[in-house]
Design a protein around this ligand. Structure first.
Ligand code: NI
Length: 253
């Protein structure tokens, strides 16, 4: 099975107790990208990628961690980004759910978009309750040059056009399996098949039937299964197509 979890956080302390087992099971997937949220977790994502051939990494400073942003932190991310198993800058973006000052988040976001362009790497976007500002900044910074993915896409089906035209893919995961996921189901119907990615965002966002438990890359299958049901196709087609899409976007041979 060509399962590709495009968004995992196996560095998270949620795996401390049984890390070896969790990593071993994740290594059974075809591909996994572990996503950094600050300098230390970005470094750890790369360490995991060195340990397992089918693991890759993304490095960046998450909007919730934007207070950790500094010129020095950016320099460290830029160095890590040159690692041959790093495939993207992320996750970066805006999160207005928590009270990290918007101006601080915007500076960190803009500088990391510039870094992605400089290194010709795609962006992994985290956008929570900040649709308009996220789109405006991506546009103003010319992010369409590198594109990337809106991870755990939470915008409307109408907003898709604006995202797609800037060369971004749509990452969908656990939410699509939730009972109240009306908006996400609409999105899942409308995304062009060649722009769809699947992800877990583990240890968070656990899909049904494991909702409430710790998430793991192996559960990405349940997102694929639900997407197949919504799009009236086979789970196998979703798995194979999202695998090809992910390899195309992240340039993985
Ligand atoms: Ni994440």
């Amino acid at each position: 099975m060509n399962l590709f979890d495009t968004h995992a956080h196996l560095m998270d302390s949620a795996y401390d107790e049984d890390k070896e087992e969790a990593l071993k099971e994740a290594a059974e997937l075809k591909l996994v990208i572990n996503i950094g949220c600050d300098v230390p977790s970005s470094r750890e994502a790369l360490a995991l990628a060195e340990q397992f051939p089918n693991f890759y990494a993304a490095v960046g400073i998450h909007p919730e961690e934007a207070l950790k942003y500094s010129d020095e932190a950016l320099k460290a991310i830029a160095e890590l980004a040159k690692h041959q198993k790093n495939k993207a800058i992320g996750e970066v973006g805006l999160d207005y759910h928590w009270d990290v000052p918007k101006e601080v988040q915007k500076v960190a976001f803009e500088k990391q978009i510039a870094l992605a362009k400089e290194l010709k790497l795609p962006l992994i976007i985290h956008n929570r309750e900040a649709h308009r500002d996220t789109l405006d900044i991506l546009k103003a910074c010319g992010a369409e040059e590198v594109g990337g993915v809106f991870h755990a896409y939470s915008g409307s089906a109408e907003m898709l056009d604006e995202v797609l035209v800037m060369n971004f893919y749509i990452g969908l995961g656990g939410v699509v399996t939730f009972k109240n996921a009306k908006k996400t189901v609409e999105v899942a119907k409308k995304v062009p098949l060649d722009r769809l990615l699947i992800e877990t965002d583990c240890p968070y966002m656990t899909p049904v039937p494991y909702r409430g438990k710790r998430n793991h890359p192996k559960y990405v299958y349940h997102a694929a299964e639900k997407l197949a049901e919504i799009r009236e196709t086979t789970t196998e087609e979703i798995i194979n197509q999202t695998y090809e899409n992910g390899r195309r976007l992240f340039k993985i041979d």
